[in-house]
Design a protein around this ligand. Structure first.
Ligand SMILES: Cc1ncc(COP(=O)(O)O)c(C=O)c1O
Length: 322
């Protein structure tokens, strides 16, 4: 497998910890956690790994400004803004939503990190992004367009290497469960499983897309990433496991499932998870445990992908405590 150029900005390997009180509360299986919320870049998260490779690409092209897009409380955007600063680049973020009077959570951090924010609607986001990129080009800012969620083959490759890291940590797991949304983390872990011989199963809990079309999309990214890494792919599309049963009220709508998971992780283990991604994935995992989906003698690894700054957003903070 090819080694891609990397700009080392993450704290790796991330630790793996046991969650004995959560395990006891749910009556087994054994639950452990991999702390990619502790990747070390401006409050961490899964995008740090992807940005190491995207940043290396941007630097090799002589780019000076990172441009990306996301939702109002995007963790990807906050980490992109921080990554730019780590290597002396500028950052422009195209965010869909209403500019808040009191910026909190990730938006506060975007501003603190000196990112320029361009506000748009979800419908116009792609169009706005293209216009912003064109303007930056004309102004000589040498822009590099970071893909949505960092999920192109270069970004997904980071999670192939993350699987290598996990396999080298020699911790037994029968399942890896995590939040999947733009698909890069999922594609990387699934491809990494094949390349590094992980024997367990990789199960993504979908945040905002139906299981079947989403699994097809992820498989497409697996194929493209394998191509980038010069790996001859063996797996078929049926090996991409997506659970789409926990879409709730839609993207970023926190329901009882997410609230209970956030409270349980905090009160049992002192671990913070977020209202949009890890809260939904953990809520799904907890529900699956209660339904007997996993065997009691199995070990389930929850791969924590970050997102905790969104806990401070007004619309979530108040509700979580009530
Ligand atoms: C905290 C968190 N977890 C999980 C994900 C999903 O990862 P991916 O976009 O690679 O599917 C995201 C994406 O933004 C995220 O911010």
């Amino acid at each position: 497998m090819k080694e891609l150029p990397r700009s080392p900005i993450a704290h790796l390997p991330t630790p793996i910890e046991s969650l004995p009180r959560l395990t006891a509360n749910l009556g087994g299986p054994k639950i452990i956690i991999k702390r990619d919320d502790q990747t070390g870049l401006a409050l961490g998260g899964n995008k740090t790994r992807k940005l190491e490779y995207l940043l290396a690409e941007a630097e090799s092209l002589g780019c000076k400004t990172l441009i990306t897009a996301g939702a109002i409380q995007s963790n990807h955007c906050r980490q992109t803004a921080a990554a730019a600063r780590r290597v002396g680049m500028d950052c422009i973020l195209v965010l869909n939503g209403e500019e808040p009077e009191d910026p909190v959570g990730n938006i506060f951090l975007d501003l603190l990190l000196g990112a320029e924010i361009v506000w748009t609607t979800k419908k116009d986001r792609q169009d706005t992004l293209e216009k912003v990129a064109k303007k930056a080009e004309i102004e000589g800012k040498k822009p590099y367009l970071v893909p949505y969620g960092g999920s192109n083959p270069t970004g997904a490759a980071a999670y192939v290497y993350a699987m290598q890291e996990f396999v080298e940590q020699s911790v037994k797991a029968d399942w890896i469960v995590f939040a999947t949304s733009s698909g890069g983390t999922h594609a990387g872990l699934a491809l990494g499983k094949e390349i590094f011989g992980f024997k367990g199963k990789v199960l993504g809990i979908s945040i905002d897309e139906l299981a079947e079309p989403f699994a097809k999309k992820i498989y497409g990214l697996v194929k493209d990433t394998a191509l980038l890494l010069d790996h001859e792919l063996q797996m078929g599309p049926e090996e991409i496991r997506v659970n789409g049963d926990y879409l709730g009220g839609g993207y970023a709508v926190m329901g009882e499932l997410e609230k209970e998971a956030i409270r349980l992780f905090a009160s049992e283990e002192g671990v913070l998870i977020d209202p949009v991604y890890t809260g939904r994935a953990a809520g799904g995992m907890i529900d699956l445990i209660r339904k007997g989906f996993f065997r009691k003698d199995e070990t389930v690894l929850f791969w924590h992908t970050g997102g905790t700054p969104a806990l401070f957003a007004e619309k979530y903070r108040k509700e979580i405590l009530t």
